[in-house]
Design a protein around this ligand. Structure first.
Ligand SMILES: C[S@@+](CC[C@H](N)C(=O)[O-])C[C@H]1O[C@@H](n2cnc3c(N)ncnc32)[C@H](O)[C@@H]1O
Length: 306
């Protein structure tokens, strides 16, 4: 497929931006055909508030937790982050935002829409109406294996990511740049092929963000860098502009910095902006709109240093 390098707007002084606010008016103020790739991971309409409590464990004789080899630990609550995930009319909330996403996409642009089994079918119909059925390329199943398994039905352990392009005859898909994965039976394909690995299909096995790993920000529903890396590598080129208008902890921004793409991130939750302020602390090449990251970056630095 075509390799569209340079940004959709062609501007040389494109900067990375993080905006605080409701995404609809911000999208309405963006120029038409100005973005190469949109990835969005809206609230899934689970009908509850999404929340995570961050804790730290400190060794203590009479602590409330038991760890490895019976050692005891005290649990210290560090904070709680959350956002609302219930809508009276989810599709009515999404529709004007998806129409704007379609408008701001460049003619060769792509949209990845991340959702789960509860809403994916309704969203597919809505997206077909906005993009056209012939512009639907894939439903990616991201399968993971974490958490309790219900015995009342098949445990649901996957998310759905719908891929649409603006023009099915001209879009970016960098098959050669996608990180290849090992063959399941390498003995059947010969040593050269086995060493090269194979292209992933539309079913991706990838762990969730490890609960105690370096990647974890503490923001509820944070998506893994590995999943976003695959998307951004495949469907954008160096110096392209990537937009995430349900940005949360800013995973898209982190991957864009790594892969030399520009980004615009939008979120209306001050806690998301605080997490991004810490995540991108020290990165000069970001313009913050409607939010001052400095107090959060300074407080974080003090915590790390002292
Ligand atoms: C599922 S989370 C995104 C998580 C993100 N992909 C990550 O890796 O951290 C959805 C985000 O959408 C934000 N959001 C919901 N409604 C919004 C709106 N109208 N405008 C901007 N952001 C919104 C929420 O605050 C939340 O951070």
């Amino acid at each position: 497929m075509t390799n569209h390098s340079g940004t959709a707007t062609g501007s040389d002084n494109m900067r990375n931006r993080i905006c605080f606010g409701d995404n609809l008016p911000i999208l309405q103020g963006m120029p038409t055909s100005s973005v190469d790739l949109v990835y969005i991971d809206p609230p899934f309409n689970t009908g509850r508030r999404q929340g995570r409590t961050q804790i730290e464990t400190i060794a203590s004789h009479d602590g409330d937790r038991t760890g490895f080899q019976g050692r005891r630990y005290d649990t210290v609550k560090l904070g709680h982050k959350s956002f609302d995930d219930q809508f009276d009319d989810f599709l009515a909330f999404l529709e004007p935002r998806l129409r704007e996403a379609h408008r701001v996409l460049a003619p060769h642009g792509s949209l990845y829409f991340h959702i789960d089994y509860r809403e994916v079918h309704y969203c597919k119909i809505l997206l077909d109406r906005i993009f056209g059925r012939d512009c639907f390329l894939n439903e990616i199943i991201w399968a993971y294996d974490y958490g309790a398994r219900t015995k009342k039905k098949w445990p649901t352990k996957h998310d759905n990511i719908l891929l649409y392009v603006k023009n099915p005859n001209d879009y970016i898909f960098n098959a050669e740049e996608i990180e290849r994965i090992p063959y399941m039976a390498p003995g059947l394909v010969g040593p050269e092929k086995a060493a090269r690995g194979k292209l992933p299909t539309d079913t991706w096995w990838h762990t969730i963000v490890p609960t105690n790993g370096k990647e974890k920000t503490g923001y509820p529903t944070q998506k893994p860098v590995g999943v976003l890396t695959r998307i951004i590598q495949a469907s954008s080129s160096r110096d392209n502009l990537v937009l995430d208008f349900f940005a949360g902890s800013g995973t898209v921004g982190e991957v864009c910095l790594e892969l030399d793409r520009n980004f615009i991130l939008i979120d209306n939750n001050p806690q998301a902006l605080e997490v991004m302020a810490r995540r991108f602390g020290g990165k000069q090449e970001i313009e913050w709109i409607g939010f001052d990251p400095i107090p959060h970056q300074t407080a974080h630095l003090q915590q790390v240093l002292f």
